[in-house]
Structures are given as structure tokens and as C-alpha cells.
Design a protein around this ligand. Structure first.
Ligand SMILES: Cc1cc2nc3c(=O)[nH]c(=O)nc-3n(C[C@H](O)[C@H](O)[C@H](O)COP(=O)(O)OP(=O)(O)OC[C@H]3O[C@@H](n4cnc5c(N)ncnc54)[C@H](O)[C@@H]3O)c2cc1C
Length: 458
């Protein structure tokens, strides 16, 4: 849709020339996210306050144009793409850390704060914010809240929703609301905070976030464990979790991910290694030593070829950098990859790994899997050439089978990337008709005219 001249001039009054972009060159820069799909918006605005956003949404509600919130655009399901045109509302200028309260272990931030910057700021004060999506160097906390981001440390510490105490947000009608509590407990009324976390920017634009913090663990240690097969690595993960030892990260890479990772940096793996686990433990120094001994014993018994502990922080950091770059590096091998982030119960990981190996043989398409094995969250990629309709059809059949198998194992179609546009057609596989009707009703109540991030989720 095209913005009317009147709507554009009203936007100019709110944002001036500097913070309203309408040239094609500017608009194409905000036409995509990490899913590799393109829809050019009619305008891009850069608010600096909740009031700017309130005026924008009130105008959109009155005029009927779509508004799509956007942080850094690292989402992988098309969530911040303007599929119906309209205005992209970029939060990156709202990037102040307003408060870090060391007495109450909370922090208040604006939505455009970069996740990694926030990690460093709280750690400098001896505090810890566990959610750490692999995109933390780029993603915003607002985007993390909207997607309920997870990351490697979720296995021990949970996901973004476990740390959001409350938010300030602007409704699609322009009204500003505040949800949640500053206290450790609070049960007055429905939990609107939880409703907004993970709502993918379809119910409200989050303008302030109150976050819970933890004390920074005294010690950490990272292990790189090599296996001859993916099946052995999966079995080792199940045994570690069943042992009662809870590492803070248990990440895996299959053979194809290792080939990708090796294109970034030499991982120095033994000959014949076809899968690796990166395991990180934390706690007091003595807890870390005990956990290291337990985990080393389990992986050795499960058939590990080599177990190596990072000798210092730099070495650990290098290992994590390589792991976090696997996803972007995949684009070098297949720019049209289809990336899903299914989750299965932890004990079902070996069954899912077997299924993936069988699908590789059956369909003959390159497939890569890696991810957060510790919580059963598998990043599954099918590498295709989108221009080839036969490959596209076969990839769709693979995704259908993977989704059906995930649900049959008691899993879910997405652990952290959300529905966006890409999983819209599959949501009915997991969510019942009555539940979907309730969700559509909630959307209608928040956004009667359907102007906020339309065409997403449903
Ligand atoms: C290489 C790579 C690695 C990744 N690793 C992980 C991972 O380990 N774990 C994980 O969970 N995700 C991961 N992601 C996905 C992505 O980084 C996360 O979903 C992240 O939270 C998105 O943040 P963003 O600022 O880029 O949001 P965007 O992509 O800009 O937006 C994402 C969604 O949030 C909405 N939104 C943004 N800001 C607001 C706001 N202030 N109010 C309301 N809605 C808003 C948008 O409309 C959109 O629907 C990865 C992505 C990449 C590219």
C-alpha cells in the first residue's frame, strides 16, 4: 500500500526530515530480515521516545496504514518485514540503559539496546543477564522480548520471558500501557507482560523493559568434545542431562556444520571427527571442577574421541565465536537455506537425529543441523537453490516431515524464532482451532484495525 500524502506530511511533523526516510535507497535497507525475503516499505521512521511511537500508531490507526516494529532485523521468520507495505519503525535510536539497580538485581532499558552491550554493562557491575542469542552482538533487547529469544545458556537459565518483569508499550491505537511489577513477586490481574513477550510485534510496540538480573557466576569452563558420529554425540547429551549435572550450555554441530565452521577458523579436530559438542559449565570454582569431572566421565563413556578444555578465556571465546558464526557462514554454501528451529524433549534428541540422517538419504538435499542440544532446540537447515522448483518442492516435503515428526515426539515447531510469515501455514499443526480463535480474538482486541505488523503469525 502507498502512504497518502496527508499521512506522510503528518509523519514529517513527528520525525522531521532527519528521522523519516522515504528515498528508495533508504527504504531497501529496511526491506529484509535474516530470512532473505524482501518487501520494500513506503517509509522508515526512527522514534526516540514512546510519545513518537504513540503519535505514529494513533495516526496509523486513524489512516489505516501498517506499522512494522524493527530492532536490528536479525529475525529469521520475516517478522520485521513490511509484507503489506506501510512504515517500518526502527527502535535503534532508543538505546539507553536507564538503570542498573545492584540492590534489587534489576535493570531498565529502552528497546534498541544491543543485547551484547547490555551483557557487558551488567557484567561490569558483577551482575548477569543470561539470555544470549547467538546474534547478541547485533540483536536488540526489544527484538529479544518480541521473539522471546533463547540462546545457548537457555539449558540452565531459561529464555527471555524468564527475565522480563514488566514493560512499557504502545498499543496499536496509540495508548501507552505499563505492565508487570518491580518486585520479585506479583500476581495482581492477568499477566500482560507474558502475553507481550513473544508476541512478535503484533500486539504492541515495547518502549521500555524492566529486566531481572542474577549474580555473575564466579567461574566458567568450556569443553570441546569430538565424536565419530552425530548419534554418539546425541546419546552423550541425553546422558549428561539425565545425570542431574546441568551445564549452562550444551551446543552441537553435525558434520556439515563442522565443514562450515572450518571455513571460518581451524577447529583443530581429530581425524574422523563427524560431530562436536561445546559444553560450558559455571558456578563456584569447586562446582565447576566437579561438573567438569562428571561431564568428562559421561562423554568419554559415550564414546568421545577427544575431550579438550579451553585453556583460557581467549580460547573459550574463540570456540564460541566459531559456533555463533555457523549460521551466517551457511549463506556462503547456500544463500537460499531454509532454517527451522524445532524443539524436541531432550530425551528424544537421538530419535530426531536418526530422522534427520534418514531424510538426508531419502531426499538427497544437503541438510545441516546444529544448535542448542541441551534444551532439545535443533537448528535444522535445508540448503536449496530457490530458483529450482523441484528442489523447493522437495524441501517443503522435508520440512513437513520434520514438523510432523517433531510433534509426534512431543516437541514444538519453534523454540525461539517464532512464527512470523514463514511458519504461518504450519501453526495449525500444533495449535488447536479453539486456541487459535482465542489468539485471533486477543489480536483483534489489541489491534481492532489490524495495522500493527499485519499478516504475521496468523
Ligand atoms: C546469526 C543469527 C543467530 C541467531 N541466534 C539466535 C539464538 O541463538 N537464539 C534466538 O532466540 N534467536 C536467534 N536469532 C534470531 C534473532 O536474532 C532473534 O529473534 C532476535 O531476538 C531478533 O532481534 P532483532 O533486534 O534483530 O529483532 P528484529 O529482527 O528487528 O525483529 C524481530 C521481531 O520483533 C519485533 N520487534 C522488534 N522490536 C520490537 C519492539 N520494540 N516492540 C515490539 N516488537 C518488536 C519485530 O516486529 C519482529 O516481529 C539469530 C539470528 C541470526 C541471524
Amino acid at each position: 500500500m502507498d502512504l497518502t500524502r496527508r499521512a506522510l506530511s503528518a509523519l514529517k511533523k513527528i520525525y522531521g526530515k532527519e528521522r523519516l526516510k522515504t528515498s528508495l535507497e533508504d527504504r531497501v535497507c529496511y526491506a529484509y530480515d535474516a530470512r532473505n525475503m524482501t518487501c520494500t516499505p513506503d517509509a522508515v521512521v526512527f522514534p526516540t521516545s514512546a510519545e513518537d511511537i504513540s503519535q505514529t500508531l494513533a495516526l496509523a490507526h486513524a489512516s489505516g496504514f501498517p506499522v512494522v516494529p524493527r530492532g536490528s532485523g536479525t529475525g529469521t521468520t520475516g517478522g520485521s518485514v513490511a509484507v503489506d507495505g506501510g512504515v517500518i519503525l526502527v527502535t535503534t535510536l532508543m538505546n539507553r540503559i536507564l538503570e542498573i539497580d545492584t540492590d534489587n538485581f534489576t535493570a531498565e532499558v529502552e528497546p534498541g539496546v544491543i543485547t551484547g552491550d547490555f551483557h557487558r554493562a551488567v557484567e561490569a557491575k558483577g551482575l548477569f543477564y543470561p539470555p544470549d542469542p547467538s546474534s547478541a552482538g547485533v540483536s536488540t533487547l526489544g527484538g529479544n522480548v518480541a521473539e522471546c529469544a533463547g540462546g545457548p545458556r537457555a539449558v540452565k537459565y531459561g529464555v527471555t520471558r524468564d527475565y522480563v518483569l514488566g514493560v512499557e508499550a504502545v498499543l496499536p491505537t496509540g495508548e501507552i500501557i505499563r505492565t508487570g511489577v518491580r518486585t520479585a513477586k506479583g500476581v495482581v490481574g492477568y499477566d500482560l507482560t507474558r502475553l507481550l513477550v513473544g508476541s512478535e510485534g503484533t500486539l504492541a510496540v515495547v518502549t521500555r523493559i524492566l529486566l531481572k538480573l542474577l549474580p555473575l557466576p564466579a567461574a566458567t569452563a568450556t569443553l570441546k568434545v569430538s565424536f565419530r558420529s552425530m548419534e554418539e554425540a546425541a546419546e552423550a547429551v541425553t546422558r549428561i542431562i539425565a545425570s542431574g549435572t546441568l551445564p549452562r550450555c550444551v551446543e552441537y554441530m553435525d558434520e556439515a556444520s563442522i565443514v562450515c565452521a572450518q571455513s571460518i577458523a581451524d577447529l583443530d579436530l581429530p581425524e574422523g571427527c563427524r560431530s562436536i559438542l561445546l559444553i560450558e559449565v559455571d558456578g563456584s570454582s569447586s562446582e565447576v571442577l566437579t561438573s567438569l569431572a562428571t561431564v568428562t566421565g559421561i562423554v568419554t563413556e559415550a564414546g568421545a574421541m577427544a575431550v579438550e578444555e579451553a585453556r583460557n578465556d581467549d580460547e573459550a571465546k574463540r570456540l564460541w565465536t566459531v559456533r555463533k558464526k555457523v549460521s551466517p557462514a551457511l549463506y556462503l554454501f547456500g544463500p537460499d537455506k531454509i532454517n527451522e528451529d524445532i524443539v524436541v524433549p531432550r530425551s528424544a534428541i537421538p530419535q530426531m537425529v536418526k530422522k534427520i540422517e534418514a531424510l538426508k538419504k531419502e531426499y538427497g538435499l544437503p541438510m545441516v543441523s546444529f544448535g542448542h542440544a541441551g534444551d532439545g532446540n535443533i537448528h535444522f537447515n535445508v540448503m536449496i537453490d530457490k530458483k529450482d522448483p523441484v528442489q523447493r518442492l522437495r524441501a517443503d516435503a522435508v520440512i513437513d516431515e520434520i514438523f510432523d515428526h517433531t510433534l509426534a515426539l512431543g516437541g514444538t515447531l519453534s523454540g525461539e524464532h517464532g512464527v512470523g510469515i514463514t511458519k504461518r501455514d504450519y501453526i495449525g499443526k500444533e495449535i488447536g482451532e479453539k486456541e487459535l480463535e482465542l489468539m485471533r480474538g486477543i489480536k483483534k482486541l489489541f489491534d481492532p484495525k489490524g495495522i500493527l505488523n499485519p499478516s504475521k503469525i496468523f
